[in-house]
Design a protein around this ligand. Structure first.
Ligand code: BGC
Ligand code: NOJ
Length: 821
């Protein structure tokens, strides 16, 4: 069952009924001001940091209600009938409803009783405000006298305090209302220099800023007293809960339409110019007033929307593909890169499943996200890399998280996730492959942000590698520390007390648990760094990195092979994890993917055997489960993974993030059929027809789909902010379609399903455009055997970087089954 459809021409997903199984979200904002918005206008906004600068409230865990948002109420003055044109919060029946989630904008259109309302929400590029443009039209044969009420509920800035410290919160709220503009200025009198404003382009008939007055006793957002009786009370909030509501009266002749613009924004004043007149407690509005005036002019909206669209055109034109599969096309051309940019902007901070107060930016998460957006915003990726590297510790370890506002490592979580540093190596190498900018390695970057500690970035990367080598366990495999990529494999935790954090508690200090995943990741990272170092002429360093990789491969061969697949780990007691000898948790997906991606077992058949085991034991119709059989009871020595009921999350869920590793591994072994088959299983667009099962948005990846052992097999959770975005993008674009930036050229190395006759792609890379056509003889399983570059046949399948500004025609033929290299 579907709740809408893709409008690919407009790059929108159109939701045709408001009661989707879960709120289906979109994000607004591309620079500093962001919001999330559901298909019924739920959500909230913030400036830069979802915890510390939250503008409006959202009640996470209000599900299924989706409460708190950018609400409007329409009221018919004739009979007092009122409704929400976005359906929420009144949920009054609508004669028509449509929500178009587009690229950084959302437009909700509805009709009731002959009144058509279209509300467009977006953040103009470069601004710290959001626009809501209400376009209302009277489709009745008679004049319509309407009231419009707007509504936001302000958050008292720090979202954690806001949700917890009520003894204080209920007494700090303050607003000003001047010339129809509602200013939210809680805590402005003391240490905050920022305030929010909510304004409207029409003259107002009234306003409210005190929540209880607007709502009336015992009422919720679905039936505010002010709306019911058709007038506000001009209340000025003092403490309790400040809100912003404007009341506007519109009288529309038959067929008459009107645009009303609301803006909600964030503004800061210099500390010395906070008040006007000086010495008072009144906000100085000299800076903000021109901004408000500009954006209330309804004709600014179209131009800003156009420039937003232009900026997306530019970003998405980096890679455009035309394949025989529509689900692939729309994910690669539109939604997957769009989601990658969301992870760039928001990391894991705020979504329907992330509160915006829990986590800073993850070191490993943000490093991996780079793979997804580096092609679109290489300069910003570069800065992100340098920010990440500056939180590396002198030991080569890394803070697990850092705070976006300060860019400092997060002491509360600390370090000790032993996979973390290696992701930085992989991210830097991806950046250099994309940009050709090996000079980034010479950038001086501090450790732990300490001035005076700077070394070139290249030294940071070597320390990342050494960090693993300095921490090898009894089998010579990397020690896992608190956890590796699988945050829930807490092999040194041994937690028996419920208040303890699985992530940060180490009750077995000096634990000897070892990770096969990190072993594979180490091999991959060492090889990548060797390539980068060799590019710079340091053959000796490169050889030593390759030798370290070879030693690790030998160790994996000796101690990491279970007979039909790669082991997962050795626990702190020396027991094997992820082995056929275990009763539960016999095989894990992630070491199979990572070891094969690292090139382990390609020549001795173990890689192929590992992938066959994945297919036999982990593949389900909804994707590849992370582990099987899942754990049915809590294991002290394994940690959080065994805290989840079987089939959920890391305990046997289809952890989407790890699926592309298997896809990539399949392409490395030359099985494009298998890779693409897996790709389709998790592709959100391909899953749209089973939305009643999948339940999350059909246009973005979710972190997890419940596994076979769960009660809700096939149900997705934790959509939007997940490493699934960047890895799926990498798998499909670079490995299945095979258009892959390398250090010295663009590799054209597709591994396609055999029924495809080929595909075309346009790829912008290092300033030139590559127009690529791949032909495949139908039914052939093979690799590129012939390559024409601007009509000239070349050896191999690597296209050398072309002149900036040039367009290069590349024609590739997939012809035989022989391995190319
Ligand atoms: C989740 C993991 C996540 C970790 C982050 C755990 O509860 O299961 O997926 O990586 O929290 O802290
Ligand atoms: C989600 C976390 O954000 C990520 O860092 C981790 O690798 C995966 N869960 C797997 O546990």
């Amino acid at each position: 069952m579907q709740y809408g459809y893709f409008d690919d021409d407009h790059r929108e997903y159109v939701i045709t009924q408001p009661d989707t199984p879960l709120p289906w979200m979109n994000y607004l904002g591309t620079d500093d001001y962001f919001g999330m918005i559901s298909n019924t206008a739920g959500g909230c906004s913030f400036y830069r940091d979802a915890r510390l600068r939250r503008l409006t409230r959202y009640r996470h865990n209000g599900a299924p209600l989706d409460l708190g948002g950018r609400y409007l109420y329409l009221r018919d003055e004739l009979d007092g009938d009122y409704w929400s044109p976005s359906w929420q919060p009144t949920r009054s029946p609508l004669d028509a409803y449509e929500c178009r989630h587009g690229l950084s904008y959302t437009c909700i259109v509805s009709e009731r009783a002959g009144i058509r309302a279209e509300i467009l929400y977006f953040v103009p590029p470069g601004e710290t405000l959001e626009v809501w443009r209400l376009r209302v039209r009277n489709d009745r044969g008679t004049r319509a006298d309407l009231s419009v009420f707007s509504l936001v509920e302000f958050c008292l800035w720090d979202a954690l305090d806001d949700a917890t410290n009520f003894q204080r919160n209920f007494s700090v709220g303050e607003v000003e209302v001047v010339d129809g503009v509602i200013y939210h200025k809680s805590e402005y009198r003391e240490r905050r220099n920022h305030f929010a404003y909510f304004a409207c382009s029409e003259p107002i008939a009234g306003f409210d800023t005190q929540r209880d007055v607007f709502l009336g006793p015992n009422r919720g957002w679905d039936s505010p007293l002010a709306v019911e009786r058709g007038r506000c009370s001009d209340s000025i909030a003092h403490g309790w809960a400040p809100i912003g509501s404007h009341h506007i009266r519109l009288s529309l002749a038959p067929s008459e339409g009107r645009d009303v613009v609301f803006i909600l924004g964030y503004s800061e004043n210099p500390a010395e110019a906070k008040f006007d007149p000086p010495g008072t407690q009144t906000i100085n509005k000299a800076r903000v007033r021109p901004v408000i005036d500009r954006w209330l002019a309804t004709d600014e909206v179209e131009g800003a929307l156009r420039s937003l669209r232009d900026s997306w055109d530019e970003l998405l034109s980096v890679l455009e593909v035309d394949t025989p599969d529509p689900d692939t096309n729309r994910m690669v051309n539109i939604w997957n890169p769009y989601q990658c940019m969301a992870t760039f902007n928001l990391s894991r901070s705020i979504s329907f499943y992330e509160s915006g107060i829990g986590r800073g930016m993850g070191f490993r998460d943000s490093s991996q996200d780079i793979l997804g957006f580096v092609g679109m915003v290489p300069a910003r990726a570069r800065q992100r890399l340098l920010d990440l590297a500056a939180t590396e510790l002198p030991s080569g370890g890394a803070y697990h998280q850092y705070q976006p506002l300060t860019k400092r490592g997060n002491d509360a979580i600390g370090s000790g996730f032993n996979d973390d540093p290696l992701w930085l190596v992989l991210a830097v190498s991806a950046y250099i492959k994309e940009s050709g900018d090996a000079g980034v390695l010479d950038e001086l970057v501090p450790y732990d942000n300490a001035p005076g500690s700077e070394t070139p970035l290249s030294e940071h990367l070597h320390r990342c590698i050494r960090y693993t080598l300095d921490r090898l366990g009894p089998h010579g495999l990397p020690l896992i520390g608190r956890a590796d990529w699988n945050d829930c494999l807490n092999l040194n935790c041994f937690s028996e007390s419920s208040g303890e954090s699985f992530q940060t508690t180490e009750n077995r200090e000096g634990g000897v648990a070892e990770s096969l995943f990190i072993a594979g990741q180490f091999v991959l990272a060492s090889k990548e760094l060797a390539g980068v170092v060799r590019l710079r002429g340091d053959d000796e360093q490169a050889a030593s990195l390759e030798a370290a990789a070879q030693r690790m491969i030998a160790t994996v061969e000796d101690h990491g092979w279970d007979g039909e697949w790669f082991l997962r780990a050795y626990d702190s007691l020396g027991g094997v994890v992820g082995s056929h000898t275990n009763e539960e948790g016999q095989i894990f997906a992630e070491p199979q993917g990572m070891c094969v991606m690292a090139g382990i077992g390609l020549s001795d058949g173990t890689a192929a055997a590992a992938l066959a085991s994945v297919r036999d034991r982990l593949a389900s119709e909804h994707g590849i489960m992370l582990v099987h059989p899942p754990f049915t009871r809590y294991h002290l020595e394994l940690g959080e993974i065994t805290s989840y009921p079987p089939g959920y999350k890391e305990n046997g869920g289809v952890f989407c993030h790890a699926n592309p590793w298997i896809m990539i591994a399949e392409t490395i072994l030359g099985d494009g059929e298998a890779a693409f088959d897996y790709y389709k299983r998790t592709n959100p667009s391909a899953r749209a027809p089973i939305s009643e099962v999948h339940r999350c948005e059909p246009y973005v990846y979710a972190q997890m789909i419940a596994g076979r052992d769960a009660a809700s097999f096939g149900e997705a959770k934790n959509s939007w902010l997940t490493g699934s975005a960047s890895w799926h993008f990498t798998a499909i674009s670079q490995w299945i379609l095979g258009v892959r930036p390398e250090l010295d050229g663009l590799r054209i190395d597709p591994a396609l399903p055999s029924a495809w006759p080929g595909f075309t792609a346009s790829r912008r890379w290092r300033g030139a455009t590559y127009e690529i056509t791949v032909h495949q003889e139908p039914g052939v399983k093979g690799r590129v055997r012939r390559l024409l570059v601007d009509g000239e046949s070349i050896e191999g399948n690597l296209v050398r970087p072309a002149l900036v500004g040039s367009t290069v025609k590349v024609e590739a033929s997939v012809e035989s089954d022989l391995p190319l290299r």
